[in-house]
Design a protein around this ligand. Sequence first.
Ligand SMILES: NC(=O)c1ccc[n+]([C@@H]2O[C@H](COP(=O)([O-])OP(=O)(O)OC[C@H]3O[C@@H](n4cnc5c(N)ncnc54)[C@H](O)[C@@H]3O)[C@@H](O)[C@H]2O)c1
Length: 347
Amino acid sequence: MAVLVVGGAGYIGSHTARALRQNGYEVIIFDNLSTGHSLLVDGFELIVGDVTDRDKLSPIMNRIEAILYFAAHAYVGESVENPRKYFTNNVQSALQFLDTAIDAGIYHFVFSSSCAVYGVPATIPIAEDAPRQPINPYGASKLFFENALEGYGRAYGLRYANLRYFNAAGADESGQIGELHNPETHLIPLALAAASGSGPELQVFGCDYPTPDGTCVRDYVHVSDIAEAHVLALQQLLGEKTQISLNLGTGQGYSIKQVLNAVQDITGRSVPWRPKPRRPGDPPVLIADPSRAHQILRWKAQRPLERIVSTAWQWMSARNNFSLATPPGSRTGPNWPSSGKEVRGRA
Ligand SMILES: NC(=O)c1ccc[n+]([C@@H]2O[C@H](COP(=O)([O-])OP(=O)(O)OC[C@H]3O[C@@H](n4cnc5c(N)ncnc54)[C@H](O)[C@@H]3O)[C@@H](O)[C@H]2O)c1
């Protein structure tokens, strides 16, 4: 059975493409390569195009039975500064794509949502029925599309899964693919780059939070665990489930300082870091309650923090791509042009 992985040349999409293929699916990747990389989908059929390109998509729709949709802009800070860019791509273009799919008779859709839909949660861990009150345009764009899927489900019989990832991290165990954001804003690659000496010292935003060591606590979930959850969600949609909304996290939180200790243990190098003021809108603690994912998908994240860090380290060492961590606007490595923009915090 053939599936279309939209945004499949990105970080999470490329890992999911591998998991799908390992589970017997024929995979077609569709990506405009705005933030994706063809090298992450070496050996896959890659069709380069934008999700709004109906003419390019129509013949592909005849070949597939389901869609996994990863395409989005995903920098929280940028979404605050340039909401238009976010609502255009994550909502308007995504809706246009959804209509193309529905018109072509594709009724199985797995969507990359985010814990950003919850905003600042009142209770931890966060269950799926927690109020969805995003506090930035990125989170709002994800919630908007979730709501669209719900309406399309009711009206048109679309079967859909909203998978709300917490902090995706780590890399494929092969060492062949991994995280390749530019600019990179995620803690683990930045900490590894700082430890290696090839990136700047790490900035830790807020050391006075009401957490055990004062730094923010997050739920880091291995990208391959997330990828496997997509396969299971797709199988459920192809089976009896018509709509699924699930948190993908481990249920275990780690503070920034705990992550830095893990980086030090695995690399044998200390992470130079500097305290910075808190960033507005950063909740002190974000931890998933993953029990519904376990119940519905029989899924549980398998790979612990050490595995997340060691696979990320293996990938970065293999690519020698530490230069991605240079501050936006400054010179980046030979292969990776800088976006030249200040972009804070991905989600
Ligand atoms: N990385 C995380 O921790 C995280 C957490 C929560 C949710 N998410 C969501 O997961 C998804 C994947 O995230 P990622 O980290 O892999 O990001 P990514 O930037 O690596 O991947 C996104 C991919 O979508 C493609 N794309 C974007 N707009 C497109 C368009 N209009 N047409 C065609 N292709 C387009 C990009 O080129 C890229 O390959 C996103 O929707 C993101 O919002 C990510």
